[in-house]
Design a protein around this ligand. Structure first.
Ligand code: NDP
Length: 253
């Protein structure tokens, strides 16, 4: 995406990123901080979140918060507690980036275990739903809230062996569309990002034999992440965006 954000695009905005300790989520958190946002860093590995928090401080960003939460085992009550605790520390949320995700096994449907199916659905769908429900009151306090889900090309067109992950991303697209309709007359827009093949741990697990140097880095795909969190996307809702629109899905060739 060719997008030139203003350097203060996210000034005065408070943004929560899930899976903020690594990969695309880490890069998004650092990028949002560079453009002026205050961050809430949510993830399961506290040491990684603290490292991102320190990096934001080193860059001169606004003091950020960390929330350690394992989305695989979280409950509705825990998510509500996270939101209640946040409400004592911040006045509102202007953006939430649901980025944390679990790939699970790349295997034919016939071979998928129920446990793996459940884990992928739990992290990618159930926890995303529970966290969204809990955070909606804080998001609705913003006069220009942006809720962003993370999809995938296999969340739009099914692909053999992508099993639970692909189905979970179709569900993510559905969740985005339902919420976008529900809030279309309020100050909350809801959209999806499909990052496209990006150089991270998850990508390396899915395609261990590809040449990772042919992949975009998380930093390369940040223009879309910025666009959707800033006021330039204020009128966009119910849409699914590609961070790499011209990329063919699958292994890098
Ligand atoms: P990574 O595996 O590099 O990072 C995933 C992040 O999610 C990590 O910070 C991880 O935490 C966190 N996470 C995983 N499980 C949990 C959990 N149970 N509770 C809390 N946090 C958790 O993935 P990417 O950066 O590649 O992916 C980010 C998003 O983009 C995902 O939703 C993925 O499906 C999507 N995507 C990625 C593509 C790619 O090519 N990279 C392509 C299409 C979509 P920890 O560091 O502690 O493990």
């Amino acid at each position: 995406m060719h997008y030139q954000p203003k350097h203060d695009l996210l000034e005065q905005r408070i943004i929560l990123v899930t899976g903020a300790g690594d990969g695309i989520g880490r890069e998004a958190a650092l990028t949002y901080a560079k453009f002026g946002a205050q961050l809430v860093l949510l993830g399961r590995t506290e040491s990684k979140l603290r490292a991102v928090q320190s990096e934001i401080a080193r860059l001169g960003g606004a003091p950020s918060f960390t929330v350690t939460l394992d989305l695989l085992h979280t409950t509705q009550e825990q998510c509500k507690q996270v939101a209640d605790d946040l409400a004592t520390q911040i006045p509102r949320l202007d953006g939430v980036l649901h980025n944390a995700g679990l790939l699970g096994d790349i295997a034919p449907m016939a071979d998928l275990s129920m446990e793996m199916w459940h884990d992928v659905m739990q992290v990618n769908v159930n926890a995303t739903f529970m966290l969204t429900q809990a955070l909606l009151p804080l998001l609705l306090k913003s006069n220009s809230g942006s809720l962003v889900f993370t999809s995938s090309s296999v969340g739009r067109t099914g692909r053999a062996n992508w099993g639970a992950y692909a189905v979970s991303k179709f569900a993510t697209e559905g969740m985005m569309q339902v919420l976008a309709e529900e809030y279309k007359s309020r100050h909350l827009r809801v959209n999806c990002i499909n990052p496209g093949g990006t150089r991270t741990q998850m990508r390396a697990s899915a395609f261990p034999n590809e040449d990772k140097n042919k992949l975009k880095t998380p930093a390369d795909i940040m223009p879309l992440y910025l666009y959707l969190m800033g006021d330039d996307s204020r009128r966009k809702t119910g849409m699914s965006f590609d961070a790499q629109p011209n990329r063919k899905p699958g292994a890098a060739e």
